[in-house]
Structures are given as C-alpha cells and as structure tokens.
Design a protein around this ligand. Structure first.
Ligand code: BTN
Length: 265
C-alpha cells in the first residue's frame, strides 16, 4: 500500500511525461530491476522508482534502508558516450546533480562526501550506487541508483545511525514531495551527464569541489582489502580519484573503498 498522496498522484499521472518510468510499490532493489530492463533493451534514461525496497543496496555491500512512504529510491539507465576510464567519474557528476536538484526545490545547501554521499549538516541525506552492465556488442550501460531520505522521521533509523543520518523532514520539519524531487533530480542528472559528454569533466569537478565536505580534513581511508591509511583530504583529482596526503607526505590515489572523518566512523 502506498502511503502518501504525492506518490499516489505520481503513479496515476506520471511525474515524467516524456520518458519511460516504471513505478513500483515494493521491490527488491531498483538497481536490480533496472539491470533486468537493460538486458531487455530498455531505453537510455529509463527510470525505475519504488515506494519501498526489501533489498536496497548501498556501496561496498552495505544495506540501504528503504521503508515505504518516506524515501525516494530510484535507478536510471544511462549509456554514456564516454570512454571507459571516465565511467567512475559519473558518480561524482551524479552526486553534484542530486545536490543541485535538492537545493533547487528546498533552498538548502548540501555538501558532498567523496565519492557519492549527500550531506546536510554533516549528516547523510542520501547516496548513489553506480553499477555497470556490459552486454556483448552493446555500449556499456550504467545504472545510477539514487536513495534520498525525504520524509523519514529519526525513529525510522536504527539507534546507532541516528546521529549520522538525516532526512529533509528531520532537517526542515516539513514533508517534501517525492514526485517533485524525482522530477528535479532526473532533470538535473540528465543535464549534468550531457554536460559531461559535451564538455568533459573539468567543469563538473570544479562545481563538485565547491561542495567538498572533507577537503583539508583529517580522514581514514579503508581500502577494499581492509588497509587503513590516515591523512588529510586533498579532494578529488581530474580522474575522479580522492587524493589523501598521509603523515609522511605521501599522496594516495583512492578509487574505491570507504572514507571516514578522523574521530568518526
Ligand atoms: C550509498 O550511499 O551507499 C548508496 C545508496 C544507494 C541507494 C539507492 S536506493 C535506489 C537504488 N537501489 C538500490 O538498491 N540502491 C540504490
């Protein structure tokens, strides 16, 4: 059962008139549904949006809490006209796009934490999960999954996360329309991806750096293999890698893994 009126309206009338949108009630993961759609030849910029997910996924195998009626959970299918080495930069472009879109409809200022966390007051408002699909003889497809905490009360989150996460409701005291947000985020995502394809990464990187939540701050980087490096963030470089200068002055180029501000986890 879909709880809020906006969502019901979105399903009945469609917030996005010109594109292929698959509105779901409950699903496993919209990224998983989008992958199946890619395999069936779904068009570029097709969207899968769900009211709730039973197996919502975050980066690095983490779970993404996706209860009904409160959050925005969607995936968009891209087939970027970009060389393979540019694909990791798409999550940065997407993070920028989502921040701009949320700001447009809320008058809030969001910050970004490499590679793709959206922060409000230093707390996590949302995140992006980018996955690629390679089918024989076809251009690489990218599935961009976006999760945003919209109308979630603080009690919707487990106790150990409550000082690390936020939602638009928690921050502003007001409910926000998930359909307006979907339309705004979709429009801005398409704009930033097309900007990347036409004009390259530099402009996106410059805009991203203006919102960099960890620039100059001490942080720990935990590599995929579990190695911990402590240092100061120098921000992302032109390859989309995060540069971290350790105590010996050695600069580490980070393309995957998790980063945490020193003293936090
Ligand atoms: C992260 O911050 O780790 C990324 C979270 C991404 C969550 C979204 S919700 C819609 C899409 N479907 C998923 O299973 N995950 C992404």
């Amino acid at each position: 059962m879909i709880a809020d009126k906006n969502w019901q309206e979105m399903i009945e009338h469609g917030a996005l008139v010109d594109i292929s949108v698959h509105y779901l009630g409950e699903t496993g993961s919209t990224n998983q549904v989008a992958r199946a759609l890619v395999e069936r030849g779904a068009p570029t910029y097709a969207v899968v949006v769900a009211d709730s997910q039973t197996e919502g996924r975050g980066r690095l195998g983490k779970k993404w809490l996706s209860p009904p009626g409160t959050g925005l959970y969607f995936s968009i299918i891209l087939r970027p006209v970009l060389p393979p080495e540019d694909l990791p930069k798409i999550t940065l472009a997407a993070g920028l796009a989502v921040a701009l879109a949320v700001e447009k409809i809320s008058n809030l200022s969001l910050m970004l934490k490499w590679p793709n966390d959206l922060l409000l007051d230093g707390k996590k408002l949302g995140g992006i999960l980018g996955e690629t699909v390679n089918l024989p003889g076809e251009p690489t497809a990218v599935i961009l999954g976006v999760g945003l905490n919209v109308n979630s009360p603080i009690t919707a989150f487990p106790a150990d996360l409550q000082d690390k996460v936020t939602s638009l409701l928690i921050h502003t005291g007001n409910e926000h329309s998930r359909s307006d947000l979907l339309l705004s985020v979709f429009t801005e995502l398409k704009k930033q991806i097309q900007r990347f394809e036409r004009s390259g990464f530099q402009g996106i990187l410059d805009d991203w750096r203006k919102r960099d939540a960890t620039l100059g701050k001490k942080l720990n980087w935990v590599s995929r293999e579990g190695r911990v490096v402590m240092g100061v963030s120098m921000g992302p470089d032109e390859y989309g890698q995060l540069l971290i200068k350790d105590e010996k002055g050695q600069v580490h180029e980070v393309l995957s893994g998790d980063i945490n501000l020193a003293g936090k986890n």
